[in-house]
Design a protein around this ligand. Structure first.
Ligand code: HEC
Length: 128
């Protein structure tokens, strides 16, 4: 085996290593997309323990009382359900195009919190 052959062998080994690494990285990303609740509990999401605190901390400063921004009130279970049913809530917190990104001027809610809100909606928007 000549020096060149060894060099070429080494090159392919490195290439295979890089490809394998990239393929696994890709696989992992896809897995996270398919299961966004990795490490995030979306089973039996409680309104009072999870949804309301997230909204209290990120939204009610602007969205409560008579002067609520955009006329959107999020100060109680009934008001939050009405906002969700109004059809502008999820697009706003997911920063979808055609919606005003919320919280305005603040950081997007975490992927976990958004998944938990999705789950709470799918579980019937209970006041639990
Ligand atoms: C700093 C003030 C502020 C905060 C905090 C804030 N909002 Fe808003 N929000 C506004 C204003 C002002 C509007 C009306 C103007 C607009 O749509 O951009 C609005 C509009 C909205 C709308 C209507 C959006 C649309 O596209 O029709 C929804 C739904 C909403 N907010 C939900 C939320 C939620 C949920 C949070 C918390 C995650 C939040 N907002 C946090 C100021 C705020």
């Amino acid at each position: 085996m000549g020096h060149q052959t060894i060099k070429r062998g080494l090159k392919s080994a490195i290439l295979i290593g890089v490809i394998t690494f990239m393929a696994t990285a890709c696989f992992k990303d896809n897995e996270e997309d398919l299961y966004p609740d990795n490490g995030c509990n979306t089973e039996n999401v409680s309104f009072s323990a999870t949804v309301q605190p997230a909204i209290n901390n990120n939204c009610v400063s602007c969205h409560s009382g008579p002067g609520a921004s955009g006329g959107v009130r999020l100060g109680s279970h009934a008001e939050i359900v009405a906002a969700v049913d109004g059809g502008r809530f999820l697009g706003a917190i997911k920063h979808e195009s055609g919606f005003s990104a919320m919280p305005q001027g603040g950081n997007k809610l975490s992927d976990c919190t958004i998944s938990q809100i999705d789950a709470w909606i799918a579980q019937g928007k209970l006041n639990n």
